[in-house]
Design a protein around this ligand. Structure first.
Ligand code: ADP
Ligand code: MG
Length: 324
C-alpha cells in the first residue's frame, strides 16, 4: 500500500511459531487488499476495471464490492464531496500513480475531466456483485477509504486468531480492540497538523473504536507559491483550499471513519462541521489560526464519546499517533 503499518497485541507471550503465523496472516491480508484495490498496481482488480472501456456489468470481488458500496453511501450522504471517480483529477494534479505532470491542469482540462467523472455514473448490483460504468472513461481511486478498510480487516484477522486486545495502525488510520496492556483504553494521539515536526494536538482514549485523519499537511506539494492539497473538491475539480488543516473522525468502523474524514476535509470547517453535527459523526476539526496555532472544533458526538471513556492511570504517553 506504499505505507507503513504497526500492530500491537496484548497477550501472554506468544511462542515464536504462533508469532510467525500472525505475521503471515497480516501480510497475506494486506497483499490481498493491495492486489484488489491499489491503483498503483497495474494488475490489481481496480486497475483492470479502470482500463476497461466496457459499459456492461463487470464482476468484482466481495471485498472491492464492499468498499465501493460504502464509498457510494458516503458520496450520497455528503452530497458528492466524497467521490472515488475523482481519480483522473487526482492524477492531473500530480497526486496519483500517473507520472507527475509537467504543468498544472488548465481550466479546460479540468472541465473535461470533471465531465468524465461523477459517482452517480457508477452502478452496483449486489445480487451479482458487479459494477457497471456509466461512462467508459470512469476511473476509480479508492485511496481515501481502502486504508481504513484494510485496518478493519487486519483487526478481524487478529480477532479470529483469538488476539482480541490489539491496536492496528496503517498509514495513520487506527483501530483499537479491547484495552491496552495496562488495562486502560488505548491512547491514540492526533498529531498537530504541521509538516515539519511531530507534536501532539490531542491524545484520545479509545476502546473498540477506530480513528482516521485527513489532512493537507503531509501529502501536498507547492505550486507557484501556493500549497496544493491532495484532497480534491469534486465540485471544482481543484485541490481544496481553506483554513481547515485536518479532520479526525472516530467510528466503530475504520473504513467509515476514513471516508468521512476525507469528505469533511472537502466540505471545510463550516459545511463539514454542519454535516458532521447533523449526521451525529464524532469529528474533531483543526482550523489554522492567523497566529499559526490551531482552533479545535469538536462535534457533540465527539465530546460525548470522549466523556464516556475516561482515562485511568497517570501515564499520558501515546501508544500511537494518527495523522495522514
Ligand atoms: P490520506 O491518504 O492522507 O490518509 P485521505 O484518506 O484523505 O488521506 O485520502 C486522500 C486520497 O483520496 C487522495 O490522495 C486521492 O487519491 C483521493 N481523493 C482526493 N479527493 C477525494 C475526494 N473528494 N473523494 C474521494 N477520494 C479523494
Ligand atoms: Mg480518508
Amino acid at each position: 500500500m506504499g505505507t507503513t503499518f504497526e500492530v500491537k497485541v496484548v497477550a501472554s507471550l506468544l511462542p515464536e511459531p504462533q508469532q510467525e503465523l500472525v505475521r503471515e496472516a497480516i501480510q497475506g491480508q494486506l497483499q490481498d487488499i493491495d492486489g484488489k484495490m491499489s491503483t498503483y498496481r497495474e494488475a490489481s482488480e481496480i486497475s483492470r476495471l479502470n482500463r476497461s472501456r466496457e459499459t456492461t456489468p463487470h464482476p468484482l470481488s466481495r471485498e472491492t464490492f464492499t468498499v465501493l458500496t460504502e464509498a457510494l453511501r458516503i458520496s450520497r450522504m455528503t452530497g458528492g464531496a466524497f467521490d472515488i471517480t475523482v481519480g483522473p483529477l487526482v492524477n492531473a494534479w500530480g497526486f496519483g500513480p500517473a507520472p507527475h505532470p509537467a504543468a498544472l491542469p488548465t481550466d479546460v482540462e479540468i472541465e473535461q475531466l470533471k465531465l468524465r467523472s461523477g459517482w452517480v455514473k457508477i452502478e452496483l448490483d449486489p445480487r451479482t456483485s458487479t459494477i457497471r460504468k456509466g461512462d467508459p472513461a470512469l476511473y476509480l481511486d479508492l485511496s481515501a477509504i481502502a486504508k481504513g478498510y484494510a485496518v478493519d480487516r487486519l483487526s478481524e484477522v487478529l480477532a479470529e486468531m483469538k488476539l482480541v486486545r490489539h491496536m492496528v495502525e496503517l498509514g495513520g488510520e487506527v483501530r483499537t480492540s479491547g484495552r491496552n496492556a495496562g488495562g486502560n483504553p488505548w491512547r491514540i494521539a492526533i498529531e498537530k497538523p504541521v509538516s515539519v515536526s511531530s507534536a501532539f494536538q490531542r491524545i484520545l482514549p479509545l476502546e473498540n473504536l477506530a480513528l482516521a485523519t485527513s489532512g493537507d499537511y503531509r501529502n501536498f506539494h507547492r505550486a507557484e507559491g501556493g500549497h496544493l492539497s491532495h484532497t480534491i473538491d469534486p465540485r471544482t475539480g481543484r485541490p481544496v483550499q481553506h483554513e481547515l488543516a485536518s479532520v479526525s473522525v472516530v467510528d466503530s468502523s475504520c473504513m467509515r471513519a476514513d471516508g468521512y474524514a476525507t469528505a469533511l476535509m472537502v466540505l471545510g470547517e463550516e459545511d463539514g462541521y454542519r454535516l458532521a453535527a447533523e449526521q451525529d459523526l464524532a469529528a474533531l476539526f483543526l482550523v489554522r489560526t492567523r497566529e499559526g496555532s490551531f482552533r479545535e472544533m469538536e462535534t457533540p458526538a465527539f465530546q460525548r464519546l470522549l466523556r464516556a471513556k475516561p482515562v485511568t492511570g497517570t501515564d499520558l504517553t501515546p501508544e500511537r499517533e494518527s495523522g495522514s
